[in-house]
Design a protein around this ligand. Structure first.
Ligand code: SAH
Ligand code: SF4
Length: 431
C-alpha cells in the first residue's frame, strides 16, 4: 500500500513538472514515505532522514518532506526530532504534496498537513493518485479501499489510516480499463481489509460479497490476464469469495491470508475473530476447488502472553497449511493500541528463537515444494530480464512462484509462456 502511495506521490510530482533522479544527492525534493506498523520501520526511517541533514546543510534549498503513517502518527513531533525537514504530510494528504512543495518554495516556511482529507470523494474517484508507466511495466497496483475498521489489538493502522472507505465499483473498473489500455497485464488489488470491500457504505446489506462481485467484473476486462489481491481478513473470506477465487480463471491461485497466530487464545487477545479451525477450513475449501492453490501469510511471534504451547500451535497450523511463503514479525508494542497496555512479556530472545524456527520450517518446506515441481510444465507471465543476471529472464506463475529461464530472443515482457522446470532451490525455479 505504501508502494502504491509512493507511486501516486511520484506521479503527482511528475505531473507538476518534476522528474525522478537516480540518486538522492541529485534531487531538489526528497519525500520519505513512511510506515508505522513496527517500531523498527520507524527507527529506520528516522535514521535515513537523519542522514539527509548533511545534504540539507550543503544545499539549503533542498526540500525534504516526510509522508505516510509515521507522519500521521508523530505530526509536529517530527520537526523537533528532525529539524532539517520542511514538511510533514499525513496519509490523507498525499495528493496535496505538490501544493505543499509550492508553498514552501514561495514562503520558505515549514508546513504540516495531517488532517483528514476534505476531498475524500475526489480521492476515492481518482484512484488515490495517478500511475507511472514505462520500462516494460506490466503490473499495476490498484487501491480499492482506504483505511481499516478492524482494530486488531496490536495494530496502529486504523489510527493512522482512518476508517474504511471503498471506492465505487464502476470507478475501480474504469481505472483498470485505463490501465489495460496502457499495456498493463496484471492487476494487484489493494486494501487493508480487502475482503470487506464495499461493506462500509451504500453496498452494505448486499447478499453477495461486493469484493467477489468486483473480481467477477474485472474478469471481463480485455487485456488483463491476471488479478491478485492483498490482504483479505479471514473473518470476511465468505463462501462466495472462495467460489470466485477458485472459479475465475484470471484470479491467481495464490492467496495471501494473514493468520497472525495458530493459537485460539492468542487470536482472541489479538481481536482476530476466527479460530485456527475456521482458518484451516478456508484454506481447505480453496484447495478443494483449486488443488494447485498456494498460500502465504503474516504471523506475529511473541505477542503478549504467548506461551511455548501457543507458539507450537502456530507452528502446527503453518505446517498444516503448508505455506509457500510467510512474513514473520516479532511483536512490537505500538503506543495507543489496546495491546500496548498488555505486558510485553515474551523475552526478546524467545521472540528471536520463535522467528528463526518458523523461518527454517518455511525454507525447508519451500525447497520441498519447489523440488516437487521438477519436470512439470508451468505457465508464467514474463516479467523481463532477471535483476541479478540480465542474460536470464524471469516470469511468475499464477501460484506466485518466480521462474528463471533463458530467453530465445523472441520473447517480450507481458508474454505468457509454458516452461518446463529443470532445477529448483528453496528460493527459485529454473526452466
Ligand atoms: N491489513 C493487513 C495487515 C497490515 S500490517 C491484514 O490485516 O492482513 C502487516 C502485518 O504487520 C500484519 O499482518 C501483522 O502481521 C504485522 N503487524 C502489525 N502490527 C504489528 C505489531 N505491532 N507488531 C508486529 N507485527 C505487526
Ligand atoms: Fe491492522 Fe487488523 Fe486492520 Fe490488518 S485488519 S490493518 S492487522 S487492524
Amino acid at each position: 500500500m505504501n508502494e502504491r502511495d509512493s507511486e501516486a506521490i511520484s506521479a503527482a510530482l511528475e505531473a507538476g513538472g518534476l522528474s525522478a533522479t537516480a540518486c538522492e544527492n541529485d534531487a531538489d525534493v526528497l519525500v520519505f514515505n513512511t510506515c508505522s506498523v513496527r517500531e523498527t520501520a520507524e527507527r529506520k526511517a528516522v535514521g535515513k532522514i537523519g542522514i539527509m541533514k548533511k545534504l540539507k546543510k550543503d544545499r539549503p534549498d533542498l526540500i525534504i518532506g516526510v509522508a505516510g503513517c509515521m507522519a500521521q502518527r508523530m505530526k509536529d513531533e517530527l520537526f523537533a526530532k528532525l529539524p532539517h525537514i520542511d514538511f510533514v504530510a499525513g496519509t490523507g494528504q498525499i495528493h496535496k504534496i505538490p501544493e505543499i512543495i509550492n508553498g514552501i518554495i514561495g514562503k520558505r516556511e515549514k508546513i504540516m498537513n495531517v488532517g483528514e482529507t476534505s476531498e475524500d470523494e475526489k480521492e476515492l474517484l481518482d484512484g488515490f493518485g495517478g500511475h507511472l508507466y514505462g520500462d516494460g511495466k506490466i503490473s499495476a497496483l490498484v487501491s480499492v479501499m482506504r483505511g481499516c475498521n478492524r482494530f486488531c489489538s496490536y495494530c496502529i493502522v486504523p489510527y493512522v489510516r482512518g476508517t474504511e472507505n471503498s471506492r465505487p465499483q464502476e470507478i475501480v473498473l474504469r481505472e483498470i480499463r485505463n490501465l489495460a489500455d496502457q499495456g498493463i497485464k496484471e492487476i494487484i488489488l489493494l486494501g487493508q481489509n480487502i475482503a470487506a470491500y464495499g461493506l462500509d457504505n451504500s453496498m452494505l446489506g448486499r447478499k453477495k460479497s461486493p469484493f467477489a462481485e468486483l473480481l467477477g467484473k474485472i474478469e471481463d476486462i480485455d487485456g488483463i490476464l491476471r488479478v491478485r489481491f492483498t490482504s483479505p481478513h479471514p473473518a470476511y473470506f465468505s463462501d462466495d469469495l472462495i467460489n470466485a477465487v477458485v472459479s475465475l480463471p484470471k484470479v491467481c491461485k495464490n492467496v495471501h491470508l494473514p493468520m497472525q497466530s495458530g493459537s485460539d487464545n492468542i487470536l482472541k487477545k489479538m481481536n482476530r475473530p476466527y479460530t485456527s479451525a475456521e482458518y484451516l477450513a478456508i484454506v481447505e475449501n480453496l484447495r478443494k476447488g483449486a488443488p494447485e492453490m498456494t498460500f502465504s501469510t503474516d504471523v506475529i511471534v511473541g505477542f503478549p502472553g504467548e506461551t511455548e504451547e501457543d507458539f507450537l500451535q502456530t507452528r502446527d497450523l503453518m505446517n498444516k497449511v503448508a505455506f509457500d511463503n510467510a512474513f514473520i514479525f516479532k511483536y512490537s508494542p505500538r503506543e495507543g493500541t489496546k495491546a500496548a497496555n498488555f505486558a510485553d512479556d515474551v523475552p526478546k530472545t524467545a521472540k528471536e528463537e520463535r522467528n528463526q524456527i518458523l523461518l527454517k520450517d518455511l525454507a525447508l518446506r519451500a525447497e520441498k515444494h519447489n523440488k516437487a515441481m521438477l519436470g512439470s510444465l508451468v505457465e508464467v507471465l514474463v516479467e523481463g530480464p532477471s535483476k541479478r543476471n540480465s542474460e536470464k529472464w524471469c516470469g511468475r506463475t499464477g501460484t506466485n512462484k518466480v521462474v528463471i529461464f533463458e530467453p530465445d530472443g523472441k520473447i517480450s515482457t507481458g508474454d505468457i509462456l509454458e516452461l518446463k522446470i529443470s532445477r529448483a532451490t528453496s528460493m527459485s525455479l529454473y526452466a
